[in-house]
Ligand binder design. Structure first.
Ligand SMILES: [Zn+2]
Ligand SMILES: [Zn+2]
Length: 397
């Protein structure tokens, strides 16, 4: 049993907050109701609150008036364009929008943490900054908050964030040193050939054939350019070309994603990608234009901060329930990466799956739901991170 210090009243409130947020999901940068809900609670707890950061973001600060480091805890706020298929009594009231990633739980945990910490703040040294971030799901809300100065005044010394995780059973906590989630790049390739009669290929440059070779050649990035001990993914998710059986297509359109785990590969892959695609097209007499967009770097934990979280989490759930292998790593992306690229910290997984209760569906599924017993565990770890960090001026970390 995890060691969690929360009163029954506070636990009820934590779950009620989560369910209210679950019933009122909002898409990225439209989190107005959620933002208002959060602000009202934080103001009531005595926090100094800044609102409308990166549109709907909220930052709450408690300065203990004693010198010490500044610690940041972060929760993301947005839901997904998914139609909920669950039949609980707290399903989404906003049809077609659903908290299918667990961000409702993240907000509720941070609110509960805020409440408990407000009571013990006078015993701490330094500053606590609570960040409620909009637009995580493909919105780069973290980057926009950084651009608006969220890591400054006072300057943040360390940042921590939780993702509830249905890949781990409730009661386990995943903590990884180094890369924990992958970068996300998105690309569009337009292959231009010369269209013509399907029976007269010698008069044409076949855009479909060139695009097929590009698809194949792009797979050599991972198989022939990436160190087998490192990880990357190249996926072409969309291929459109041609209209008629007897016409050689003039153009073909490819779209896909690249994921990397290490900072080195993140820096190297765009050049390799351009070289392979452009020269493969040229070899077949075609041309290609590439739009290559960076949606976020890999999420990389500072090893010292990860050890710090591992120590604290093992006090809460027991050492045997700390997972530090591939069960707690994924090639999905997460924009907490932007914060961790600027300040040391750790993004970790709090297990929320419960097979016996049927809470097994993956994140982003219309059937996604999680075991709410995970929530007090997350709160306890956040609370202990803060007290430990602001007790000794961050020195233990
Ligand atoms: Zn998600
Ligand atoms: Zn998420």
């Amino acid at each position: 049993m995890p060691i969690v210090d929360i009163s029954p009243l506070d636990k009820n409130e934590l779950i009620a907050n989560r369910r209210w947020l679950h019933q009122n999901p909002e898409l990225k940068f439209q989190e107005h109701k959620s933002s208002k809900f959060i602000v009202e609670k934080l103001v009531g707890l005595g926090y100094q609150v800044q609102t409308n950061i990166a549109q709907t973001g909220v930052v709450a600060v408690i300065n203990t008036n004693r010198p010490g480091p500044t610690l940041m805890l972060r929760a993301d706020m947005d839901a997904l364009p998914v139609k909920e298929e669950n039949s609980t009594n707290y399903i989404s009231n906003n049809t077609g929008v659903m908290h299918a990633c667990g961000h409702d739980g993240h907000m509720a945990m941070l609110l509960s943490t805020a409440k408990q910490l407000a009571q013990i703040a006078p015993q701490l040294s330094g500053t606590l900054k609570l960040v409620f971030q909009p637009g995580e799901e493909g919105g780069n809300g973290a980057l926009r908050m950084i651009e608006q100065g969220v890591l400054e005044s006072p300057k943040v010394d360390a940042a921590f964030g939780i993702h509830l995780w249905n890949g781990l059973p409730v009661g386990q906590v995943g903590v990884i040193n180094g890369p924990v989630m992958a970068s996300v790049d998105e690309f569009y390739i337009t292959v231009k050939g010369r269209g013509g009669h399907g029976a007269m290929p010698h008069q044409t440059v076949d855009a479909i054939l060139a695009a097929c070779h590009i698809v194949t050649a792009l797979q050599t990035i991972v198989s022939r350019n990436v160190n087998p001990l490192d990880s990357a993914v190249v996926t072409i998710g969309s291929f459109h070309a041609g209209e008629a059986f007897n016409v050689i297509a003039e153009q073909a359109y490819l779209r896909g994603t690249v994921r990397t785990f290490s900072r080195e590969l993140y820096d190297q892959i765009p050049d390799i990608f351009h070289r392979v695609a452009t020269n493969t097209a040229a070899a077949l007499g075609a041309e290609c234009t590439i739009k290559y967009e960076r949606l976020g770097p890999p999420t990389i934990n500072d090893p010292v901060m990860a050890d710090f979280v591992r120590q604290i989490a093992s006090e809460v759930v027991g050492k045997e329930n700390i997972i530090s292998d591939d069960r707690a790593r994924t090639m999905a992306g997460e924009d907490m990466a932007y914060f961790l690229a600027k300040v040391p910290g750790c993004f970790f997984f709090v297990g929320s799956q419960n097979e016996s209760r049927g809470l097994i569906h993956p994140h982003h599924s219309p059937f996604f739901d999680f075991d709410e017993e995970a929530l007090p565990i997350g709160v306890e770890i956040f609370k202990r991170i803060t007290t430990r960090f602001l007790e000794n001026g961050g020195k233990q970390a």
